[in-house]
Design a protein around this ligand. Structure first.
Ligand code: HEM
Length: 489
């Protein structure tokens, strides 16, 4: 009898101990975690964004969750994110190891490289090379305008009809970065581009989906043939395709006269000789894949969101067109510099980025030393999720945080103003490396298309659904838009 009572007491004590979250002393608070599952039951894994907001209301701007046994700190709101990623950048700019996306990409690319010499040198090299492509004869603007002509051709073929813009924008964004990386563009039905875009889109969904959480939370399942294996297969396909392009470039390049990013990197390898590390041919393949992926899904999903709102807010579309007509007058091509004379268009592009919330949880960071944030202690090696969603719709930062309204970026005098809380590209030293290119693409594409076409919501399409599908990037639900020429009005 006594032994049974003792056993029962031990069991109860064990359950209490296990139920306690196991958060270290002064660690950010959060809901109690259950054994094995951690806080997984607190989240809708298909789309946890609403859960993150609910938890913020209960636990404040810095809270923690257990994904299985792994503690993860969520940072919310402008002030906390700025303190971590800018003020304490040296502590918060690492990338986590031993997680799904790092394993899929073998941790050898730039986006997921840890804070250190490899990341630093490759980031500097990539920024400098992108900048150099903006100069000279064939500028970045020329490349973007070249691709826009293909978008126009597709739209011209659909005048009077309704079409889904999804494949068109994905291929266009991919082609712009392909011209920088490989010096070439691909027809929209080309096998290479179709395969790469398919792999990118699938992997983006898998990476922020429930199976990647299972992978991260329970290392024991990693070798099993579960749906996350698809992401490894897709990555291998893209790696082989890119490796073929590198081999072709090695055969056709003229050293010292680079045609594109691949040639620039191969020149850099020549220049460094035996001193090459951390540069290497293998790293070139991974970095190219990173830039291709980072530059495709993000820009195209922002454009998709933009045209979803422009077709369903006709008064905003018309106001943009009035401004475009007035500023460009008879000028054929818009230039990026024209933005300074287009405050309303600028406000619309920024508002589109704010509501598109394309990278809702940024890219995960990691602490590179024991540190403190908002009075809490966070040990080295803790995974950090900067919740950019919480800033892009934060009350107190925006005039209309929950509506689509370009007034969020306009002063009372109608001038363009950019609030500090505008951080769709994140902030701090890990901030998006392609910001300049992305901003140029969004402005030139939106202005050129609005100048030429009118976009309408088809009469039989029902009510628009603005709720995006969750992934590493948010994607608007598939929709169709009707196209007319403006001069036909
Ligand atoms: C609308 C378009 C885009 C959005 C919203 C976006 C957003 C982001 C965000 C939120 C991050 C994570 C920053 C952090 O970890 O704190 C990021 C990183 C990055 N982005 Fe973008 N991005 C866009 C377009 C592009 C383009 C066109 C390129 C390619 C040229 C690109 C290349 C990168 C790279 C290489 C990183 C990793 C930077 C690093 O770890 O140092 N992005 N981006």
């Amino acid at each position: 009898m006594f032994a049974a009572a003792l056993l029962l007491c031990i069991c109860i004590w064990l359950v209490i101990v296990l139920l306690k979250s196991g958060r270290p002393k002064n660690f950010p608070p959060g809901p109690p975690a259950v054994p094995v599952l951690g806080n997984l039951l607190n989240l809708n894994l298909e789309n946890p964004l609403k859960d993150f907001e609910r938890l913020r209301k209960s636990y404040g701007n810095v809270y923690s969750l257990f994904l299985g046994r792994k503690p993860v700190v969520f940072i919310n709101g402008f002030h906390a994110i700025k303190e971590a990623l800018v003020t304490k950048a040296a502590d918060f700019s690492g990338r986590p190891r031993d997680i799904f996306v790092v394993d899929v990409t073998q941790g050898k690319g730039l986006v997921l490289a840890d804070y250190g010499p490899f990341w630093k040198e490759h980031r500097r090299f990539a920024l400098m090379t992108l900048r150099n492509f903006g100069l000279g004869k064939n500028t970045m603007e020329d490349r973007i305008h070249g691709e826009i002509q293909h978008i126009i051709k597709t739209l011209d073929n659909n005048i009077g009809k309704s079409m889904s813009p999804q494949v068109m924008f994905h291929n266009a964004a991919s082609n712009i970065i392909c011209q920088v990386l490989f010096g070439t563009r691909y027809e929209y039905d080309d096998k290479f581009i179709k395969e790469v875009v398919r792999c990118f889109m699938e992997n983006s969904k898998i990476a922020n989906g429930p199976w990647s959480v299972v992978y991260d939370s329970y290392p024991i399942v990693r070798k099993l043939p579960l749906p996350f294996k698809k992401a490894f297969k897709n990555f291998e396909i893209c790696k082989n395709l890119t490796s073929n392009l590198v081999n072709e470039h090695k055969k056709t390049r003229v050293p010292g006269d680079p045609r594109d990013f691949l040639d620039c990197y191969l020149d850099e390898l020549d220049k460094r000789g035996s001193d090459a590390p951390p540069f290497s041919e293998e790293r070139l393949i991974f970095m190219t894949l990173d830039l291709h992926f980072a530059g495709t899904d993000t820009t195209s999903n922002t454009l998709l969101t933009g045209f979803l709102y422009l077709t369903t807010y006709p008064n905003i579309q018309e106001r943009c067109q009035q401004e475009i007509d007035q500023v460009l007058q008879g000028k054929d091509l818009v230039s990026f510099d024209d933005r300074h004379n287009m405050p309303y268009m600028q406000a619309v592009v920024h508002e589109v980025q704010r509501v598109a919330n394309t990278a809702p949880l940024s890219v995960f960071h990691c602490t590179s030393k024991d540190t403190e944030l908002m009075g809490y202690s966070i040990p080295k090696g803790t995974m950090i999720v900067p919740n950019l969603t919480s800033v892009l719709n934060e009350e107190g930062q925006w005039k209309f945080p929950h509506d689509f309204n370009p007034e969020n970026f306009l002063s009372d005098q109608g001038e363009f103003v950019k609030p500090e809380a505008f951080m769709p590209f994140s902030t701090g030293p890990r901030m998006c490396l392609g910001e300049g290119l992305a901003r140029m693409e969004l402005f030139l594409i939106m202005v050129t298309l609005l100048k030429k076409f009118k976009f309408l919501w088809p009469e039989d399409a029902g009510e628009p659904d603005y709720t995006p599908e969750f992934g590493v990037t948010l994607t608007p639900k598939p929709y169709r838009m009707k196209i007319k020429h403006r001069e036909m009005q």
